[in-house]
Each structure stands twice: as structure tokens, then as C-alpha cells.
Design a protein around this ligand. Sequence first.
Ligand code: FUB
Length: 448
Amino acid sequence: MRLLLLVALVMSVPCFAQNPFVTSIYTADPSAHVWADGRLYVYPSHDIDPARGCDLMDRYHVYSTDDMVNWRDEGEILNASQVSWGRKEGGFMWAPDCAYKNGTYYFYYPHPSETKWNNSWKIGVATSKKPASDFTPGGYIEGLKGNSMIDPCVFMDTDGTAYLYYGGGSNVEGGKLKDNMVEVEASTMQKMEGLVDFHEAAWVFKRNGIYYFTYADNNPKQNQLRYATSKSPLGPWEYKGVFLGITGCDTNHGSVVEYKGNWYMFYHNQSISNTGKGNLRSICVDLLSFNDDGTIQLVKQTKTGPPPVKGKPGKLIDPAGKKYEAASGAVGGSASVAENATASAGKYVTGLNSQGSTLTFSKVDGGKKGGRATIHVYYAAPVYAKLKLQVNDTDYSFINTLSSGGAIAFTGHTAITVRLKPGKDNVILLAGGNGEVNVDHIQVSPLD
Ligand code: FUB
């Protein structure tokens, strides 16, 4: 009886995610969609650490969930180095979006084609048969404006017509996409009328027959999100007000989506980096509520995030995969500690706070085919620190290790999806020198 009571109590305690919900790397500009497989996918941009303004943002990772609590890093889907028409210096892979039509996923991203980046923005389109992998970088949408025109949003109406919106500075346009999803119907492209103080970050969604246009404003120092509504997808729009206040970050950018009976607001803040500058941002999600007349209530920004969706336990699921102990190595793999880091009594590795310290896992199994694998790092850290990650020859920049509450509190977990070679010859290197973090083990979970 007592046991039953305890189980009932545990079941009734709401379990929440956390905000930001991606903590391992810096991400911004989340565009959320629900696809036919029943999962919710988020397509953000990636702030590379160390930041150089928004210049170095040169790649995109995708995240997905089926319960709003457990998030999967689907890995990198596109890198500036793959964009043949892009500026030769790379970088500037800004706020993207994704759409689906007739078996193909279309990934839209703003990227300049010239060194003089702000005059040469294009809206690139990459395609795939899958929502979050195997994208082929294609060309860009011809005939659009280049000057400061960024942040594509593609809205698919209930009648199957796709609309493209894009804009920056104080200009924003929208119009129809042709059936091929990579060309616009030029005659339909028009300025969006009726918006007050538009800056960037266009997003369109529909609810109960009303079209909503959300966007970032020019509020000094920290932008807010505003919205307007219309009976038509191309306006004119009736301005309604601010619905997401400042987030602690100079930019603001969000998306709205309905999933399993709730409406959600995705946005970014910079509560992890706390740089005071907008360049190391982190994506968050909270519930979005509407009034009876269809107006949107001011979003309550929380640290807990939303509860799990109905019917899901909301328990953080332990990933499957092969474990590699930091201090002693594992069957089929080995870990070695280089200068300045030490294996502590065969249990975990300390000393990764020292400059030049590294922890290397070699003979990591990439499976028969290789491909995407999530590296889970289990650690203890008294305060925020970070580790530089290199996998074989690829530099994945920094992964964050947030405070776990102490130097031997091994409840810390951070994860990132990378690509491994086939076979047991992969090398994963964690380099220290950026704060105190002690590593217990890693776990490598293949995704493909
Ligand atoms: O992330 C780069 C740019 O910052 C985006 O394209 C804008 O919307 C702003 O968030």
C-alpha cells in the first residue's frame, strides 16, 4: 500500500525540462516544426564559441523531441564550407527555417555570397528526404533582395500553398513559393503592411483561421517580439503588441508551434554565457497561451520549461550506447590522460582546468557503417566550465559543462552529436584549460 502511494506521488509530481533546453553548445533563432513522424524538430542557428560577433556562425545542428523534455541532438546538417555559392570566408549562417512538401524537406538559410556580406544576402535551400540528416546543399532562391534581407520563414497553409517571408533592417516581404519550393512567384512578392517597428525574425503561423505574423522589434539594447494578425497570409496585418519581452539578450528571435495539444513559444536568451553581448545565445521553450479573442498572452519565461506532454513520464531517459571510462578505459576502447590531467584513483579524471590538459578516448567504436553518434559526457563541475572537443580530425569547438554543484558531484551531463568513421579507430579528444571539470566517463550512442 505504502509502495503504491509512493508510486502515485512520484507519478503526480510534474517533471519539467529546463531552460535553456540546449546547453552543450550555443544555439539561437529556433524554428520549430512538427513532422509526420510525430516528433517536434527545432532548426536553430549555432553561435560558435569563441564568438566573433555573429560572423563565425558557420553550421547548423537540429534538435528533436517527442515529449518536450528529452531532446535529441540530430547532428550537423549543413556547413558554410559546403555552400559553393557562399562567400569565400564562410561564416554567417544565420536564422534558418525548414518546410516539407511531397516527400522532401527544404531547409532555408540566409547566407551572403560575397565578402561584403550585408549587401549580398541570399536565401539558400538545402534538401533531404529526411527531416534532420542527409541534406544536399543546393542553390539559392533567385530574384530576392540582398540588402540586409535575412531570416527566411516558410509557412505552409492548410490548402498546401507555401509562402516565403524574409526581411531585416526595417524591410520585410512575403509571397508565394512555386510548387518546386525553390522559386518564388515573383508577382506575389510584396511588402508586409501594418507591422509596427519591424526589425527581423519573421515567423507566420495560423490558428483558428487567423494568420499570425511574429517578429523582433528595435527596442533599444534588447529587442522584444511583437505580433500582428490578418485574415490573409500576406496581410495587410493588424498590429497587436508585444508578446515576448526582453530575454537578456540584444537580439530576439522566436517561433510558435502547436504540439500534442499545447502551443509553444521557442526563443533564445543568453543565460548560460551571460556575456552581456548577443553572440553566445541559448534556445529556450515555454508554453504560449491565447485569450478567447485570439490575442496572445505575454509569454512567461521560465527556467523550468514546459512540463512533459500528456501520456509521457517526462523522465530523463538514459541514452543507450557504449561506455568509455575516463580513468581506466573500457572494453574495446581506451582513455589516456595527457599533460596536466590525472586519473584519480582509477575513478575519474581531474586536472582538466589546466592549460594544455587533454583527455583522449581512442579506439572508439563507430559501428560497421559509421555516421552520426551522440557523445554523452558525464562530469562534475563546481561552476560553469567548458571542454574543447575534437573528433578524429574535426574540431567541434567548445562544449559547455554547466555546474553540477561541486567538483565531485558527478551528475553533470552534456551531449553533442558528431560523425564517426566506421570501425573501432575513432579518437575523441577533450581539451581542458577553461574552468574546473572532472570527467567520469563518456557514452557513445549511434544515431544511424
Ligand atoms: O543569429 C543571427 C541573427 O541574429 C539572426 O538572423 C537574427 O534574427 C538575429 O537573431
